[in-house]
Design a protein around this ligand. Structure first.
Ligand SMILES: [Zn+2]
Length: 356
């Protein structure tokens, strides 16, 4: 079985790992699959961006509104997973923390706005990309999720808790119930539907987030939701399950690299400590401070270097060439979490709670 999710109007195609149900506690990462593809029946198959709906396959499709098609579906995928009990509240908060941290570190934002990433399916066709943090990829999925969290919490704030993105979804997707005829929309239709729920300058709100250059990801939705993004040396259970699923060691927010099987580096964060030390993807880490590499040994070395002046010394191998790389990194292991801010309404908890 392939690990695919494919939307259809009436029945989505959901492929996942054989132990999806029996290893329930260890497979939280990817648990949004069913709720994501289910949402697509409305957001994507029934209501579809006008430039994606072409008369025949000789007319090129354009993807300018994928931050609605996929971005808002990504948002509902997590929200509905939490509301339905597929994910616990804590797992969902940890998943959002990982997304927020990942996109907050996307330095490619300085040259490439989010909206431009909607061209990726056309120009990259999901082939592997090097230097992900600099090139960016199909970022409209998960950064789109952050924008819709931003919008949802803003509607809740402006309406005094009376309205939310649920009202937008009902009005925008819940039309012509039972119809199988695709109903297309434009950017202006999205803005008009948001305005009908809560009057606001939604065009400027969306343009600034889609066309902006940061710095950092749009995280206002976290603050308005009553949380802030923090880092500490404890890995959440969710992040551990994400690592296990991808068979990687994720040190993105500390050394600035991700390591796959046999110590082979799978990704290096642009401008991070590993990058500055001259490391790149496909290089194999053979030894850490003179001992044979294993993930826990490297994590231990990062911990030690956070309390001592010692550098982390890696013996690495590129094809037949060995070399020693020294990384002067002293900020310890850094894993993302959401921390509740005192004195602010817990709107994010309201969003994730089952509807009465
Ligand atoms: Zn999707």
């Amino acid at each position: 079985m392939g690990g695919a999710g494919l939307e259809h109007h009436q029945s989505s195609e959901d492929g996942t790992s054989p132990k999806y149900f029996t290893d329930w506690d260890k497979t939280a990462a990817g648990r949004d699959l069913l709720s994501h593809e289910y949402t697509h029946s409305w957001n994507g198959k029934f209501r579809r961006p006008a430039d994606l709906w072409t008369a025949n396959f000789n007319v090129p499709m354009r993807d300018s509104l994928l931050w609605v098609y996929e971005g808002q579906t990504q948002y509902w995928g997590y929200v509905l997973a939490a509301r339905s009990g597929l994910m616990t509240r804590q797992q969902t908060l940890d998943a959002i923390a990982l997304t927020a941290a990942t996109y907050d570190h996307r330095v490619g934002r300085s040259w490439r706005p989010l909206e431009d990433t909607t061209n990726d399916p056309i120009i990259a066709s999901r082939r592997p990309l090097s230097w992900l943090s600099w090139q960016r990829s199909e970022d409209y999925y998960s950064e789109g999720e952050l924008i819709w969290l931003d919008a949802d919490t803003l509607i809740r704030e402006l309406s005094g808790g009376k309205r939310s993105l649920d009202d937008f979804a009902r009005a925008f997707f819940g039309v012509n119930d039972g119809s199988y005829v695709t109903d297309t929309y434009t950017f202006d239709d999205v803005v008009a539907a948001l305005n009908a729920v809560q009057p606001y300058d939604w065009a400027t709100f969306l343009h600034s987030r889609l066309e902006g250059h940061g710095p950092g990801a749009p995280l206002d939705g976290l603050a308005r939701g009553g949380y802030r993004l923090i880092y500490n040396n404890v890995q959440s259970e969710y992040l551990a399950s994400a690592e296990a699923r991808r068979k990687t060691t994720d040190l993105s927010f500390s050394l600035g690299l991700t390591i796959g099987k046999d110590g082979v580096i799978s990704d290096v964060a642009w401008d991070g400590p590993a990058f500055k030390a001259g490391l790149a993807a496909q290089t194999q880490i053979v030894a850490v401070n003179g001992e044979t590499y294993d993930p826990d040994l490297l994590k231990g070395a990062i911990k030690t270097a956070s309390t001592t002046p010692s550098v982390i010394e890696l013996l690495v191998k590129d094809n037949d060439q060995f070399r020693t790389v020294r990384i002067a990194y002293h900020d310890g292991l850094r894993y993302p979490h959401l921390e509740r801010t005192s004195g602010s309404p817990a709107r994010l908890e309201d969003i994730l709670a089952p509807r009465g």
